[in-house]
Design a protein around this ligand. Structure first.
Ligand SMILES: Nc1ncnc2c1ncn2[C@@H]1O[C@H](COP(=O)(O)OP(=O)(O)OP(=O)(O)O)[C@@H](O)[C@H]1O
Ligand SMILES: [Mg+2]
Length: 351
């Protein structure tokens, strides 16, 4: 596969506009002014932009199904166009000039070689104060040493993942800004817009009250986050204000942090019984009052890591030192263990 975007159009203005946007994103385009010629190159490019001028002709040639096909044209596009777009398997119709930013985002993703490959790990507390936010922050923090990582704070009512990471004073985009997003969000654009230090970013909440984004936005944001980062960790809410369904289905794996005692396990069992997609769930045990295996058996789920309570952790976080001060500390070890397992995955996490 080449890294060039294939632009299928005989409209020289449209081709020039695509080339301009591509140049701004640091990528090149391969122009193809006829549908038959396009068919030959159809499978080679990560991204294909089909001009509305050649769409009907291309649809009549029945190109094979593939991802990453978008239809672009000037002004409004009618129903026959929509039908043809469906026939070529396009993701969506983009009307220029209004969709300029969306096209630029798509091209930027190509320039990053983003194939939607990042791993998305959800973290959920089995009971209140179990340590989910702290564990999620540790995962993202350690993960960022290997490549771009994003911690997504999806718990509007929690004390805030930003504070745990020590990123609460930094400027950048929050859920409050994304609530209005229409259309596809670029992975790189999101990565650059959120508050970040080095390769660790955070998507959190604005200081003032923001209305929670709907499931469509949640899905779009998680997909963009995955495209723009090697690792995305989502601090999930137990009582959801955001669409829980959209959040959970956006994660490759969901780790439930469970306190190793009777109350913690009972509470986690109740929560787990309400969750869909049980085969994505894994357990991280915190504390030593009960054996991790016993907790796993009681919940009927695999335990992927366990850790004793870490002395001085709350104090270190309060001082803004972050969740991972020493790699040898229990929290860091338990996070590293899960990251190693996840990297062995092929599509799903190895239990
Ligand atoms: N591994 C750990 N060892 C010791 N203390 C911890 C550990 N993890 C979290 N804590 C402490 O427990 C408290 C709750 O942690 P945290 O906010 O991460 O839990 P949570 O499950 O996200 O809670 P909430 O229900 O509020 O979302 C904090 O004071 C935190 O510092
Ligand atoms: Mg929390």
């Amino acid at each position: 596969m080449t890294s060039e975007t294939l632009v299928i159009t005989s409209d020289s203005l449209l081709a020039a506009e695509a080339a301009r946007l591509a140049a701004a994103s640091g990528v090149t385009v391969e122009e193809c002014p006829d549908a038959v010629g396009a068919l030959r190159r159809w499978q080679r490019s990560p991204l294909v932009l089909v001009g509305t001028d050649l769409l009907a002709e291309l649809a009549s040639l029945r190109p094979p199904r593939r991802d990453g096909v978008y239809v672009v044209g000037w002004g409004s596009t009618g129903e026959p166009m929509l039908r043809a777009a469906l026939e070529v398997g396009a993701e969506t119709l983009l009307e220029l000039p209004s969709a300029e930013a969306v096209v630029a985002g798509l091209l930027a993703d190509v320039s990053d070689g983003e194939g939607g490959d990042g791993l998305v790990i959800g973290v959920l507390g089995g009971s209140g104060g179990a340590g989910a936010t702290t564990y999620a922050a540790a995962l993202a923090s350690l993960g960022s040493e290997r490549g771009p990582a994003l911690l997504v704070d999806a718990d509007r009512l929690g004390p805030g993942a930003a504070r745990v990471l020590g990123l609460d004073e930094l400027p950048g985009v929050t859920w409050g800004d994304l609530g209005q997003t229409a259309g596809r969000l670029g992975g790189r654009a999101l990565r650059e817009a959120v508050p970040h230090v080095g390769s660790l970013g955070l998507l959190g909440w604005p200081g003032s009250d923001a209305s929670p984004p709907g499931p469509e936005i949640v899905r779009e944001v998680l997909a963009a986050a995955r495209r723009g980062h090697d690792l995305v960790v989502v601090d999930l809410p137990r009582e959801s204000a955001l669409g829980t369904e959209a959040l959970l289905t956006g994660c490759d794996v969901v780790l439930v942090v469970v306190r190793a005692n009777v109350t913690g396990t009972a509470s986690a069992a109740k929560l787990i019984s309400r969750l869909p997609e049980r085969d994505r769930l894994r357990v991280v045990v915190r504390g030593r009052a009960a054996e991790p295996e016993a907790v796993g058996r009681a919940l009927g789920l695999p335990v992927v890591a366990s850790m004793p309570d870490q002395r001085g952790l709350s104090e270190a976080i309060d001082l803004g030192l972050g969740p991972v001060r020493s790699k040898r500390a229990p929290l860091a070890r338990a996070a590293a263990e899960v990251l190693t397992r996840c990297r062995v995955r092929a599509g799903a996490m190895a239990a």
